[in-house]
Design a protein around this ligand. Structure first.
Ligand SMILES: Cc1cc2nc3c(=O)[nH]c(=O)nc-3n(C[C@H](O)[C@H](O)[C@H](O)COP(=O)(O)OP(=O)(O)OC[C@H]3O[C@@H](n4cnc5c(N)ncnc54)[C@H](O)[C@@H]3O)c2cc1C
Length: 466
């Protein structure tokens, strides 16, 4: 099979489909190549729940006001300034119309979230979650006549004189034989995610520890397209070690466990390693601003495991995980079930309880209920762990997505080492490292995909069809 299109998009996640839709709306013929089969389509995007957007006034899906400057300060805080400022500012500015754009393309939103996640003002939640969002975008793409090809294996990009020319791949034909295919394009948008499912690549940064990592999302984001672009001279952005990784239930599957394996009770209790010792402030800040550091923290512990321990007072105050907790009426019993040294765990809990200073617990706020005098204090939500039954969850690092990617400019154009203009554009995880040098702000992954997907699709179409 051989075909020609104005714009080729690689990857049918949120960023890729956004780009494809925008390109088609500019009058371009568009083909999307997706390695996953149709029933597993939607990449990591199908696991998502929300998107962070600035807004000056309350909206249907967002409370109050979340202005440009506050968003910028939040981003600077979490990245420690490791961000490309013009691109980061562009992301924030263009986040404002992302919700309207999605609504216009069939995506429905929930009313603002209430409860302990503190996201009702900053993050708009997709009604029905990421799957519903992706189904709406696939429908919009279909309505525009966009050609989506599934199970496109071994996609190989061909460049001539620094310009993209064609993509070759194989595809399972009806008779089970693999069909060789080639599509030519005047411009390409790469939106094939990061390399979080490529454990061999991750091992370059993490060594054997990676064998104990769980991949929260799609097994198809292996970074093959990213590698080809870097080999073709695309400028690299970000560090191989930087990623979004959270602490998830150690019983989650190796791939695609999604959101339900996340453990959100860390700020309500303590976290210990296999030696039964605490290793970080569990109450440093609101959980949505801190959850993304815990994957790395657990990855740094022996055997890449840790245990979060709560007492009965914490029950009902956090999103219930899918797996039941290990439970006991004593800390010693809990230690025995978990295989932790009982005397050390009892000592850790007793020491923690004695260090809890008085204060009024309020899990909705930075309540200042803290410990005093410990080598590692807990800054907020510190309450004695003394009300059985005691519960614990085994934690492992769950990698969400990687930050190493291709450098882009404000047109989402991939920057090549010899500084020529190219017909290659990028959106989503594959370029997220331009904005996220380190750290994470809940919901900004989808914001980056929305903003750069729209820019990349429009720019690619403009180049292709004028
Ligand atoms: C469990 C989970 C929950 C999350 N929740 C949120 C959230 O609530 N809010 C938020 O902002 N972010 C969230 N994220 C992060 C978010 O998923 C990503 O930032 C976002 O989906 C990236 O979109 P994308 O289109 O770049 O990647 P993806 O959606 O992963 O799409 C990439 C696509 O490229 C395809 N592909 C890969 N390699 C190839 C190849 N060689 N050839 C062809 N196709 C290829 C993949 O199959 C995939 O379909 C979450 C991630 C996970 C895993």
């Amino acid at each position: 099979m051989k075909a020609e299109f104005d714009v080729i998009v690689i990857g049918a996640g949120h960023a890729g489909l956004t780009a494809a839709i925008c390109a088609a709306e500019e009058g371009a013929s568009v083909c999307v190549l997706e390695v996953a089969p149709r029933n597993l389509r939607g990449g990591n995007s199908r696991h998502t729940r929300n998107l962070r957007a600035m807004h000056e006034e309350p909206m249907h899906s967002l409370d109050g006001q979340y202005g440009y400057e506050e968003y910028w300060q939040d981003l600077i805080r979490v990245t420690g300034g490791q961000t490309d400022e013009p691109l980061a500012r562009l992301t924030i500015q263009r986040s404002e119309d992302s919700i309207d754009w999605l609504k216009q393309h069939g995506v429905a939103f929930q009313p603002p979230l209430s409860g302990t996640l503190h996201l009702g003002r900053t993050n708009a939640f997709f009604l029905g979650g990421g799957k519903a969002l992706m189904n709406a975008l696939f429908q919009a793409a279909e309505d525009l006549g966009i050609h989506v090809m599934y199970e496109t294996e071994d996609v190989s990009l061909k460049f001539e004189a620094g310009q993209f020319r064609s993509a070759s791949f194989t595809r399972a034909a009806v008779s089970q034989h693999k069909e060789s295919c080639q599509v030519e394009g005047r411009a390409i948008v790469v939106a094939a995610g990061g390399f979080e499912a490529n454990l061999e690549w991750l091992a370059e940064a993490w060594g054997d520890a990676v064998l104990n990592f769980l991949v929260r999302g799609t097994p198809y984001n292996r970074g093959d397209i990213l590698k080809q672009l870097l080999d073709a001279g695309a400028e690299k952005v970000g560090d191989v070690r930087q990623c979004h990784a959270v602490a998830i239930d150690g019983r989650a599957p190796k791939f695609d466990g999604g959101i339900c394996s996340r453990i959100d009770c860390v700020p309500l209790g303590i976290v210990v390693n296999q030696a039964g010792e605490r290793f970080y402030d569990e109450g440093e800040d609101f959980w949505p601003k801190r959850y993304a550091i815990w994957g790395r923290l657990v990855a740094e512990q022996n055997n890449q495991v840790a245990y979060t321990i709560i007492d009965d007072k914490a029950q009902g105050l956090f999103m219930p995980p899918v797996f039941p907790a290990v439970q006991s009426d004593s800390i010693e019993g809990l230690a025995q079930t978990l295989g932790l040294p009982p005397s050390q765990l009892c000592q850790t809990v007793e020491g923690f309880n004695q260090a809890v200073a008085s204060g009024e617990f309020n899990h909705q706020d930075l309540d200042g209920c803290r410990t005093e005098g410990l080598a590692i204090n807990k800054s907020h939500w510190a309450r004695t762990i003394d009300q059985p039954p005691y519960r614990a969850y085994l934690l492992r690092p769950g990698i969400t997505f990687t930050y190493l990617g291709v450098r882009v400019d404000e047109r989402a154009m991939v920057q090549f080492e010899n500084h020529h203009d190219s017909n290659v554009f990028a959106a989503g995880e594959i370029m997220a490292g331009n904005v996220l040098g380190e750290g994470y702000l809940a919901g900004i992954g989808m914001t980056i995909g929305s903003v750069f997907g729209r820019i990349a699709g429009k720019e690619a179409a403009t180049l292709a069809v004028g």
